[in-house]
Design a protein. Structure first.
Length: 177
């Protein structure tokens, strides 16, 4: 019997994506909507959940990245191509101050000039708690951004937003609820 079980495990070329399965079950059980799921066949078997978050009257794109490593990530796109030669120095200074004040997440400027908020999630398959994702999005990130997104335009020198009209991505954007 033990050998048959071991053989079944070895023959299983598609082991479960435990964190993603836990998150799926949590969302179903608690009737959480607004996520679109995409699985990747990279070395960590990443699953990305796409959604949106309404903050300060703006719609932000959200990605929740889960995989077989001990790391996961919540990424919130705050502004597209908002960093330029004129504002980069002051913006980096300001974001560095924010990053020192807030340990739960970090502001990041991407190579193409986008502004993101990244929140790391550290857990193995056994300790992963999917509720943490929703708590971080709705009870930590969203309230923080409600005030911070109102301050960023002064630092950037113009509006900080995701331009939905120019968005060519097919992934649906639905607020987390």
């Amino acid at each position: 019997m033990a050998l048959e079980s071991l053989k079944d495990q070895m023959d299983n070329t598609n082991p479960p994506r435990v964190k993603a399965e836990k998150f799926d079950a949590f969302m179903k059980e608690h009737e959480v909507g607004g996520f679109h799921k995409e699985e990747f066949d990279d070395q960590f078997r990443t699953v990305v959940y796409y959604s949106g978050l309404q903050t300060a009257g703006q719609q932000q794109f959200v990605q929740v990245q889960l995989n077989d490593s001990i790391y996961g990530m919540i990424k919130v796109l705050l502004g597209r191509k908002v960093v330029n030669e004129n504002n980069e120095k002051e913006l980096l200074k300001y974001l560095n101050q924010l990053n020192h004040r807030f340990g739960a997440f970090k502001y990041v400027i991407t190579p193409d000039g986008n502004l993101e908020l990244d929140c790391s999630l550290v857990a193995n398959d056994e300790t992963f708690d999917p509720e943490v994702i929703i708590v971080m999005l709705l009870n930590v990130i969203q309230p923080h951004l409600e005030s911070e997104l109102l301050r960023l335009p002064a630092v950037v020198g113009g509006p900080v937003a995701v331009n939905l009209e120019e968005e060519q991505d097919e992934r649906p954007i639905h607020p987390v609820h």
